[in-house]
Design a protein. Structure first.
Length: 575
């Protein structure tokens, strides 16, 4: 870790400020003086001190600009040299490019009728060939190409380094299995101040849930860190939560105790260890996984009451196979690491012991696969149930029922026709509805499809008295209420499964599991769900996606307690 103590940092800064040599030799002298400090850290500190030196001497140099112009004209009249301004800058211990900016702002061009505007001066500094005075343009060009602390070239280098480390951060985040939004994604959504990475799925680091990561390709001293906290990091913490700022070139130890950091800003000099993010991150989701399993068990009980029984034998076999395969492979890696080390030291013991929690972490990913498969199986069962509903209430099925009745009277009913599929078959068609008047009823279909003649006993007792009596009709409103109640229960269960599916998607942290889960959920959300629309004794099969189901049922959540209205409310929105 590149964390400088306050004593060493003060020595480096003091050496830079008291350096008497040329600026070009200053970096090499620093590396000789402080060999135990990384060269890139020393270079970043030197660049920071040069920026502070330019700001501190800017007012002093601006007051002497006219004197520098007179000195330049005097030397240029004596000799046509292109390094006059460079020598003045080196003598004054000032940035050559900053000196050129001051001189051009005060220089009077004889060929121009008016003084150039600020945008025109900036264009001249970037392209010295546009300067009317050719000798002055040559001097500006010399300063431009010999100043490696200020100017367009150092700015381009700093921008390139910053983008390089942002790309490095994204690559490390992808390798760690994190899903995130970058700055372009957040600006597209409408955020003004955006971190480099906003995690779509938060991770755990040292007991804190991390929501964002900021990359700084510089050394973190107290002044720069205080400025970053005030301008950026505090707003990130207030808006998104806790996050990490990475100073790739190291930082001062004092900024760890900065009072404005609070609990929302964590400071590092490199990307967090993948092991700490992966293994500890899964511990955060254990309670949520257990809650999902308990909710699924309750949903299974409710589905069983609706005559929807799920068979989990295939899921159990898949889970056992995955656990066995993963355990075998992980133990093979642990054994290989054990045989790889010829001498058993503390380091070798560390590498061997880390295999155990990694094994547990890898096995825990199997639960994500099992839960996703379980959700998919529930969707399939509900779809099949809706399909059976449509088939039974289809007109062709009504003809089959009538034909079965006729064959039953003749004693010719077959075993295949004896088992008639259908939704609410047992609840509505088979159970006799209570009546206030005891009147004879028509033949009713039992659960097995056989015909039961309930009115024959009464007809035998009373003779021909009941032959021409019209039976009391079944109340259509009672059938409507039962149908609406059944459909409402299934739709509510369907909505609960969708909520669990969204929760599981947010819990997928590892890249492999997340990729698989997102692929399954993407197919699942695009898959058409069969919904039966029941209205005025008309059964029609309609199709719309899972996401539409969840959306529309949220709109009608206030109708949950009204079975007769919820499905018609959804129907009015969809059809």
């Amino acid at each position: 870790m590149v964390i400088l103590s306050t004593i060493i940092y003060n020595e480096v800064v003091e050496f830079i400020r008291n350096h008497d040599g040329l600026p070009f030799d200053e970096e090499a002298d620093l590396q000789v003086k402080f060999p135990n400090v990384n060269a890139i850290t020393l270079s970043s500190i030197l660049a920071r001190e040069w920026q502070e030196k330019i700001k501190a001497k800017h007012t002093y140099m601006k007051e002497r600009t006219k004197k520098f112009i007179q000195e330049y004209r005097k030397h240029s009249s004596e000799a046509k040299e292109d390094d006059i301004l460079l020598k003045i800058a080196l003598r004054e211990q000032f940035a050559p490019f900053a000196l050129c900016r001051l001189i051009l702002s005060e220089y009077h061009f004889r060929s121009l009728t008016k003084q150039p505007t600020k945008p025109e001066l900036n264009e001249m500094l970037r392209n010295p060939s546009l300067i009317p005075d050719s000798l002055l343009g040559a001097n500006v060009s010399t300063c431009l190409y010999n100043d490696y602390r200020d100017g367009p070239i150092p700015d381009a280098i700093r921008q390139s380094i910053g983008e390089e480390y942002e790309h490095k951060l994204k690559q490390l985040a992808k390798d760690a299995g994190l899903h995130f939004f970058d700055e372009e994604d957040l600006r597209r959504i409408g955020f003004d101040k955006t971190p480099d990475l906003k995690l779509a799925v938060p991770c755990l680091y040292k007991g804190s849930v991390i929501h964002w990561i900021e990359s700084k390709a510089s050394f973190g001293d107290m002044e720069s860190h205080r400025k970053y906290v005030r301008d950026q990091l505090i707003s990130y913490g207030n808006r998104f939560g806790a996050g990490i700022v990475i100073y790739w070139f190291g930082f001062l130890d004092k900024i760890l105790d900065h009072k404005e950091n609070g609990n929302n800003i964590h400071i590092l000099d490199s990307f967090p260890d993948k092991y700490s993010i992966d293994v500890i991150g899964f511990l955060l989701n254990q309670k949520k996984l257990i809650a999902c399993v308990e909710e699924m068990q309750k949903i299974d009980e409710k589905l069983l009451k609706e005559n929807i029984e799920l068979n989990y034998s295939r899921l159990k076999r898949l889970t056992i196979i995955l656990v066995v395969v993963i355990t075998t492979l992980e133990f093979s890696l642990i054994t290989y690491n054990l045989l790889l080390f010829q001498e058993f030291t503390i380091d070798s013991l560390y590498w061997i012991c880390t295999g155990v929690p990694i094994l547990l972490s890898t096995i825990s990913k199997v639960w994500y696969v099992a839960l996703v498969y379980n959700v998919k199986q529930k969707f399939t069962a509900i779809n099949d149930h809706f399909e059976n509903t449509r088939k039974f209430f289809d007109l062709s099925k009504k003809d089959v029922v009538a034909l079965a009745k006729q064959k039953s009277d003749q004693g010719q009913i077959s075993e295949e026709e004896n088992d008639l599929p259908g939704y609410l078959h047992k609840e509505i068609l088979c159970k006799p509805i209570k009546r206030s008047r005891k009147l004879p009823r028509y033949d009713e279909i039992s659960i097995s499809g056989k015909i039961s003649k309930d009115y024959q006993g009464a007809a035998n007792v009373h003779g021909s008295l009941y032959k021409n009596v019209v039976p009391f009709p079944t109340s259509k409103f009672e059938i409507d209420d039962k149908m609406d109640k059944k459909l409402t229960n299934l739709c509510q269960l369907h909505d609960q499964i969708c909520e669990i599916a969204c929760r599981l998607k947010m819990l997928c942290i590892k890249k492999a599991i997340s990729t698989k889960s997102f692929w399954i959920f993407k197919k699942m959300l695009k898959r058409k769900i069969n919904f039966v629309r029941y209205q005025r004794h008309d059964f029609r099969l309609e199709q719309f996606t899972v996401s539409e189901c969840v959306l529309y049922f949220r709109f009608t959540s206030n109708e949950i307690g009204k079975p007769n209205k919820i499905f018609r409310a959804v129907s009015s929105l969809l059809f």
